[in-house]
Ligand binder design. Structure first.
Ligand code: HEM
Length: 191
C-alpha cells in the first residue's frame, strides 16, 4: 500500500508541476518575474519529490517489498505518463532524443519517428533484437497518441523555448538563471 500510495502522491505533484508549466507555456509573452515565479514553484515540487524519496527507502521493509514487487510486474514508475509530459513541456524535443540518433532528427522529422528515438525508449528494448518489453509496449499502447499530441502542443511553447524568447538581458537575469539551473539540477542530478 505504501509503495502504490507514494506513487500516487508523486502523480499529484507531477500534475501540480504540469499546471505551473502550462501557465508559462500558454502566455503569449511572459515577464521574467512571472517566469521565475512559476519555475521556483516547479523546483519546490521537485525538491519535495527528491527529499521525500526516503519514504521508499525507509518506509517499507525490504522483505515485504521483495514479496510483492514482482506481483506488480511489468508495471513500473517508468510508465508515469505525467513524468514524460513534464519532460516534453520542459525542453525541446531534440534534447530528449537518444544521443545516438540526434544527428538524424530535426524539426521536419515526423513526431512518431522522434518518439521511437526518445532517450528512454532504449530502456524498454532488447538491445539485440530491438523488441519492446511488455513494460514499454503497454506504455506505448496506452499513451502514444496522447504523447504525440502533447509533443506537438509543447513543440514551441516548452519552458526552454519560452526562456530563449525572453529579451537577452532577461535571459542573463541572475535570479532567472539561478532558477533554471536549480530546476535542471533538481530533475537531472538530484531526481
Ligand atoms: C522502492 C521504490 C522504487 C524502486 C525500487 C524503483 C525502481 C525503478 C527501476 C528499476 C526503474 C527502471 C525501469 C524498470 O526497470 O522498471 C525505474 C524507473 C522509473 N521510476 Fe522508479 N522505482 C521506485 C519508486 C518510484 C516512484 C515512487 C516513482 C514516482 C512516480 C518512480 C518513477 C520512475 C520513473 C519516472 C522512472 C523512469 C526514469 C527514466 O527513464 O528517466 N519510481 N524505477
Amino acid at each position: 500500500m505504501i509503495f502504490i500510495m507514494y506513487h500516487q502522491i508523486n502523480e499529484l505533484l507531477f500534475k501540480m508541476i504540469l499546471w505551473e508549466i502550462e501557465q508559462v507555456a500558454s502566455s503569449a509573452t511572459v515577464s521574467t518575474e512571472k517566469f521565475s515565479l512559476h519555475l521556483n514553484r516547479i523546483s519546490r515540487y521537485f525538491d519535495m519529490l527528491s527529499s521525500s524519496f526516503d519514504i521508499m527507502k525507509e518506509g517499507m521493509e525490504r522483505e515485504q517489498y521483495l514479496k510483492f514487487r514482482n506481483t506488480l510486474t511489468p508495471a513500473s514508475g517508468f510508465q508515469s505518463a505525467q513524468y514524460r509530459k513534464i519532460e516534453f513541456a520542459s525542453t525541446e524535443l531534440i534534447n530528449l532524443i537518444d544521443f545516438r540518433f540526434r544527428a538524424t532528427i530535426d524539426r521536419n522529422t515526423p513526431f512518431e519517428h522522434a518518439y521511437e528515438h526518445l532517450y528512454w525508449q532504449v530502456a524498454g528494448k532488447d538491445y539485440k533484437t530491438g523488441k519492446k518489453s511488455m513494460l514499454l509496449s503497454n506504455f506505448d499502447k496506452r499513451y502514444l497518441e496522447e504523447f504525440i499530441t502533447f509533443m506537438k502542443d509543447y513543440n514551441t511553447t516548452n519552458l526552454w523555448t519560452k526562456f530563449k524568447q525572453l529579451p537577452i538581458e532577461d535571459q542573463q537575469n541572475n535570479e532567472l538563471v539561478k532558477a533554471m539551473r536549480h530546476y535542471d539540477y533538481t530533475v537531472n542530478i538530484n531526481g
